[in-house]
Write a protein that binds this ligand. Sequence first.
Ligand SMILES: NC(=O)c1ccc[n+]([C@@H]2O[C@H](COP(=O)([O-])OP(=O)(O)OC[C@H]3O[C@@H](n4cnc5c(N)ncnc54)[C@H](OP(=O)(O)O)[C@@H]3O)[C@@H](O)[C@H]2O)c1
Length: 276
Amino acid sequence: MKTWFITGISRGLGKALAEAALARGDTVIGTVRDAAPAMDAGAGALHVLTLDVADPGAVRQAVTEAFGITGRIDVLVNNAGYGLLGAIEEADDAAVDQLMAVNLLAPFRIIRAALPAMRAQGAGHILNITSIAGRAPMAGSGLYAAAKGAVEMMSEALAQEVAPFGLKVTAIAPGAFRTDFLSDHSIRRSRQTDAYADSVGAALNYLDEMAGRQKGDPAKAAQAILTLVDAPEPPLHLLLGSDALRRARVKIDALIEEIDRWEDLTRSTDFEESLG
Ligand SMILES: NC(=O)c1ccc[n+]([C@@H]2O[C@H](COP(=O)([O-])OP(=O)(O)OC[C@H]3O[C@@H](n4cnc5c(N)ncnc54)[C@H](OP(=O)(O)O)[C@@H]3O)[C@@H](O)[C@H]2O)c1
């Protein structure tokens, strides 16, 4: 039986994951910004903390409280997050500051606050919910992709840093899942001008049409995450959803093709003595 700390269990993927962990008898410390969600603790134990992850002081306090309640965190899940849609040129500073505070700085601060106790445990798993956007960005969500891509990179470095302490790290990149993510309740939009109608406008129309019809089932994502944390050797990266798989493969193939095509120029910058 595991003890989980999950940010953003009010709805969506975080709620589905909390419910799945509780159903099998695990203990969940989940964070919400407002009222606790209606959730049956089932065979498990549920503790709800109030936390706006953009507040650094509140993050420190919540992590301390969590260890005070259960004494340990086996699985730390940075799940709370939201998207910002629009062209990069059209995003304003305040919106980008808040986006980065929630999607990038909060996971960093939560991990930093939890690591001393997790290192002392000598075991544990950090899951960062990123996005396929962070690996294969599309027009119209570049700053969200930047935040999620940064968390992917942070996860890779972190995995190397904490492995000697018996800690594991997985960056989980979902494709489109049927949550509130694309609804006006969650998503934020920059002002739109006609200049980007063909690129950003088209991408956003595609997302608007997808809302409510996403392929991904949050309950199945939760079960996949349980499988992941139970694996003796979990992956550093996990894609969730066939759409994420397709986008990742297209991206990797294009990247390899481009590296190969420009290989001579890439190699041309070494000092003479190391050429050959
Ligand atoms: N669904 C998708 O298609 C998809 C795809 C790729 C990645 N993701 C990622 O998956 C994660 C979960 O998203 P979701 O699909 O479950 O979306 P969701 O249904 O909109 O839920 C988002 C969750 O994040 C919380 N949250 C947002 N801002 C917060 C803040 N400042 N402080 C604390 N909590 C905050 C929300 O709490 P409130 O109820 O208080 O707003 C809610 O619990 C996010 O990191 C998202 O980027 C989702």
